[in-house]
Write a protein that binds this ligand. Structure first.
Ligand code: IPM
Ligand code: MN
Length: 357
């Protein structure tokens, strides 16, 4: 029996809708297993800009630091997507949070629930049994290097930088994790072109030497992007830089059937942040059709990684599995065989998961 402080940071768009389902699930776990979870809420992204002018108010950061874990929704607003001149942007809040909290490791498990084999656009016989864990480096690379304009604004640049210690710490996390899985690490880079990738490969090779029981391979990102779709089962743990990881995990979400199914954990020096990999999805915001399973599975990761509550976490994952086995779907993962009564809205899906916990 534990007492924990959880900060709910819904952010923008469908963030609010899906995060409240994730929170319901945490509540259910607390009451079932006798834990006390105390909640607070904070602003980020467009929601924070509207209220304070700042995409990551200090108050939010302070609350994050004082919490045992953060359940996060999404940030973004279409208003900025076609306004490249906007100086203040919702995403700045997310990036600053990652940097300030030292969240250098972003874990994105790509696990296909058997029942969703048909929901993917990839052939079932290619997919069956696919189970990949991505370690995306989250506080370096082209995301955080110097950026700007020169030549009167006619030339723009974004610097990609990596230091040895940054590569080493994420590589260690990946190798440690591989030891608990199928003992394979694929490091993805572009060492045939990029200097940062050459440093990356050099450091990963050194780290690998300390894990003789783990098989390591290096792939170029273009080849890895192809191989993910051609033969996803060949991958176990994948470790890669910030930008490559961003792109490859959206691609890999199709292995799991839908972006709406994928959870992530951002961990590092302090409080861990748990969030769906999908974005704010303003096209479906407020319609009640968003899939809350990514947020619910993020809550499961939170229980496991930040609280060490493995059986509670498994209870959530098993409940999601049962819900899918019983044929319940949200719109994004429904197919021709789904009975229309079984196509649930966001909160009904959350309630159904609760029933199976
Ligand atoms: C993600 C998102 C973010 C990223 C955006 C919103 C800045 O796409 O978490 O994958 O690029 O990291
Ligand atoms: Mn992304």
């Amino acid at each position: 029996m534990a007492t924990k402080k959880i900060l709910i940071v819904p952010g923008d768009g469908i963030g609010q809708e899906v995060t409240s389902e994730g929170k319901k699930v945490l509540d259910k776990i607390a009451s079932k297993y006798g834990h006390t979870f105390n909640y607070d809420e904070a602003l980020i992204g467009h929601a924070a800009i509207e209220k304070t002018g700042n995409p990551l108010p200090d108050e939010t950061l302070t609350k994050m630091r004082a919490s045992d874990a953060v359940l996060f929704g999404a940030v973004g607003h279409p208003k900025y997507d076609n306004d490249p001149t906007a100086k203040v942007r919702p995403e700045q809040g997310l990036l600053k949070m990652r940097k300030e909290l030292g969240l250098y490791a972003n874990l994105r498990p790509i696990k296909l629930f058997d029942e969703l084999l048909e929901a993917s656009s990839i052939k079932p016989e290619i997919l069956r049994g696919a189970d990949i864990l991505f370690f995306r480096e989250l506080t370096g690379d082209i995301y955080f290097g110097e950026k700007g304009r020169k030549n009167n604004g006619d030339t723009a640049y974004d610097n990609a930088e990596y230091s040895r210690f940054e590569v080493e710490r994420i590589a260690r996390k990946a190798f440690d994790s591989a030891r608990t899985r199928r003992k394979k690490v694929c490091s993805v880079d572009k060492a045939n072109v990029l200097e940062t990738s050459r440093l990356w490969r050099e450091v990963v090779q050194k780290v690998a030497a300390g894990y003789p029981d783990v098989e390591v391979e290096h792939q170029f990102v273009d080849a890895a992007a192809m191989m993910l779709i051609k033969d996803p089962r060949r991958f176990d743990v994948v470790v890669t830089a910030n930008l490559f990881g961003d792109i490859l995990t959206d691609e890999a979400s199709q292995i799991a059937g839908s972006m709406g199914m994928l959870a992530s954990a951002s961990i590092g020096d302090g409080t861990g942040v748990y969030e769906p990999i999908h974005g704010s999805a303003h096209d479906i915001t407020g319609k009640g059709v968003a899939n809350p399973l990514a947020s619910i599975l993020s809550a499961a990761l939170l229980l496991d990684i930040s609280f060490g509550m493995k059986k509670e976490s498994d209870a959530v994952i098993n409940a999601v599995d049962k819900v899918l086995k019983e044929g319940y779907r949200t719109k994004d993962i429904a197919d021709a065989r789904t009975a229309s009564d079984n196509v649930l809205n966001t909160s009904a899906m959350g309630e159904t998961v609760l029933k199976f916990i």
